[in-house]
Design a protein around this ligand. Structure first.
Ligand SMILES: [Zn+2]
Length: 369
């Protein structure tokens, strides 16, 4: 593996002093993207519906780089990712999804199909089973193009006929909620509760704690979610310990999962909230021209000197939340491994008649292999 990114003294210090003993030896990262640039569209998207800064971190994300990232970031741990693609309309989606299926076959890592809302239930099922996926990942950028971004609702990109299919086969749905109101948006919450009610066998994982990156994103979410029994949240790409504390308190540590959102979690940064908007502070010059992106800001050397990975910032925030809530070793094990392992085994058995993933498929020994 050629050189991927530097690990500084600061990074090592953060890992050794704050994270190594806190994290269990085996971990499952429930939220990761792999894709190849050769399958990406050359032209920019017709309608822009997502933030642009992630593209500054990695142009592509081959599986080997993902696995190398764990070796660099988590010496001594075995980390297994759940993988799925990252794509937009115009990309060669067959190529991207095929690549994910190949990674699953080659590396024994579990995966999800990246699905389009216009696919029929039959078509969707066939694609899932062909790739030996455990379910699907959906995203608001694949909603019908005539919809303005602010008006997109969950059911515009995961329609009921697909939810019915996923529910009947007890599959996994990785869902990133739309709308400016994020987790606290009343339309989102109404539809999340509707999914919970109508599709009891579906395993929904809401990404990024429903994008609650700042306290202004909470709304009445935690009160309402407290009454749910099934849905699961990952805290990928989130560094807000208050959101982690609230969700752990509302639904319990057995329904909260560690996820990263790699490769963007390789970014060197620190996140702040300003008037309800998150801003990624980054070392000057490291990520090119970020002047037009309201979610990015460069800081001078004095302020960036002790910056570490987005990954470690997320984990530090989780540790603060877990400590404040008094979580024990067993709870931490559930968040980083146990719940995800049980879910993946259960779904693999249901769909393919066998537990899908060998525990610790990826060995991150940190010995430079
Ligand atoms: Zn993601």
């Amino acid at each position: 593996m050629p050189f991927l990114f530097p690990v500084t003294e600061i990074d090592t210090k953060v890992y050794e002093q704050e994270l190594r003993d806190f994290l269990p030896d085996r971990m499952i990262d429930i939220h990761t993207h792999v894709w190849l640039d050769k399958f990406a569209a050359r032209e920019p998207e017709e309608v822009k519906r997502a933030v642009t800064w992630p593209a500054l971190v990695a142009a592509e994300s081959p599986i080997e780089e993902l696995l190398e990232t764990y070796r660099l970031m988590f010496p001594g741990k075995a980390v297994t990712p759940l993988i799925f693609s990252s794509l937009k309309r115009g990309d060669d989606h067959e190529g991207q999804n095929r690549y994910v299926a190949e990674c699953t076959a080659r590396h024994g890592v579990p995966s999800l199909l990246y699905a389009f809302p216009e696919w029929s239930a039959e078509d969707l099922l066939w694609r899932i089973l062909r790739g030996r996926h455990l379910g699907i990942k959906v995203y608001l950028n694949l909603s019908p193009v005539y919809l303005p971004e602010k008006e997109i609702r969950i059911f515009d990109f995961i329609p009921h006929h697909q939810l019915e299919l996923l529910n009947s086969r007890k599959m996994i749905l990785m869902l990133h909620v739309p709308r400016d109101g994020r987790l606290g948006d009343p339309v989102n919450l109404a539809q999340m509760l509707e999914i919970e009610e109508r599709y009891p066998d579906l395993n929904v994982i809401y990404a990024h704690i429903g994008r609650a990156y700042c306290p202004e994103d909470f709304g009445k979410a935690f009160e309402l979610l407290r009454k749910t029994k099934k849905l699961v949240m990952d805290f990928s790409a989130n560094t807000l310990d208050e959101a982690m504390y609230q969700i752990l308190d509302a639904i319990g540590p057995n329904r909260v999962l560690f996820g990263s959102d790699l490769p963007i979690l390789r970014m060197r940064m620190r996140r702040i909230c300003e008037k309800g908007r998150y801003v990624n502070l980054v070392p000057k010059g490291m990520y090119g021209d970020v002047s037009k992106d309201p979610n990015m800001r460069e800081v001078e050397e004095a302020e960036s000197r002790d910056m570490t990975f987005f990954m470690y910032e997320e984990l530090r925030a989780f540790k603060r939340a877990a400590t404040r809530l008094g979580l024990g070793k067993g709870d931490i094990e559930a968040v980083f491994h146990g719940t995800a392992q049980a879910l993946i085994d259960r779904v693999g058995l249901e769909l393919y008649g066998r537990a899908f993933m060998h525990t610790a498929a990826v060995s991150a020994t940190g010995d430079g292999n």
